[in-house]
Design a protein. Structure first.
Length: 270
């Protein structure tokens, strides 16, 4: 199975779990989700100081979709007809606005250049909702990153703006979208099979990534560079101690990293 195919399958499973948090059905895709205040100028994240910028950050793997949650507004309620817009960063596209509750309606522009949420009004009995329009909430946008995006880079030109019903800008902000590194695999040795003291390690990772295999004590077992076809292999620098143990592979490229699942091994000799 190719590296791209494995990445797509893992992404599909991840986004299903994310959508379940909002109780949303009818959406499919793949997701590398992360959000917070990274690189947005000291706003402090949700509940930050009044007057701070809108904020959003995400790390999304090449060829996958991820959730970017926008927040940071702490001003006065803007009322019916106010609009929050996320402009997609370079090469990325907005593919979804999955939040649908409390009088907000999400839309995606043709071609995915931007996505918006419009506040269409609260029910007559929902006074508390009207008093907290945009304030203290986060709004999810789904972004798609192209397969050729280089892990470790930040996609430029992602912008946020919140306007009132008259079109007056009430707050701006930027969003940081970092291209992540797909999770490597550690396919060999196989878990549960008695091993020699110097078994060959092998698996898949992003082409060009440095792969390091470590044991349960975080000691380096072996390392290598992933081949252009996404495969890697290495043999232990020192013989493995006899008995049970654990192994895990870490891939690193351009300052970003990802780890494989751990495997349990047993080395013959005891």
């Amino acid at each position: 199975m190719s590296w791209c195919r494995k990445t797509s399958i893992r992404g599909l499973l991840a986004v299903v779990a994310v959508m379940a948090m909002w109780g949303i059905s009818g959406f499919s895709g793949s997701s590398g989700v992360a959000y917070g205040s990274e690189g947005t100028g000291g706003h402090g994240g949700p509940g930050g100081p009044a007057g701070s910028d809108l904020w959003a950050a995400a790390t999304i793997e090449p060829g996958r979709e991820g959730i970017v949650e926008v927040g940071g507004y702490e001003g006065a309620p803007l009322g019916e007809g106010s609009v929050l817009t996320l402009t997609a960063p370079a090469k990325a596209r907005v593919t979804g606005t999955p939040f649908a509750a409390l009088g907000y309606r999400g839309t995606v522009a043709l071609g995915g250049s931007n996505g918006t949420y419009t506040f269409e009004g609260a029910s007559a009995s929902a006074a508390a909702e009207r008093e907290a329009v945009w304030k203290g909430r986060t709004f999810p946008f789904v972004l798609s990153v192209p397969p050729d995006a280089e892990p470790g880079t930040r996609l430029p030109d992602c912008a946020l703006v919140l306007k009132d019903a008259n079109g007056t800008v009430r707050q701006r902000g930027t969003c940081t979208v970092t291209v992540g590194l797909p999770e490597p695999t550690l396919d060999g040795p196989q878990s549960g099979v008695p091993l020699s003291a110097s078994p060959q390690m092998s698996g898949t990772a992003y082409p060009g990534a440095q792969v390091t295999v470590r044991d349960a004590l975080e000691e380096e077992v072996c390392s290598t560079t992933t081949a252009p076809d996404g495969t890697w292999s290495c043999t232990p620098v020192h013989t493995l101690p006899p008995g049970p143990g654990r192994l895990q592979a870490t891939a690193t490229l351009n300052g970003v990293s990802a780890t494989s699942e751990q495997i349990h091994i047993t080395v013959a000799g005891r």
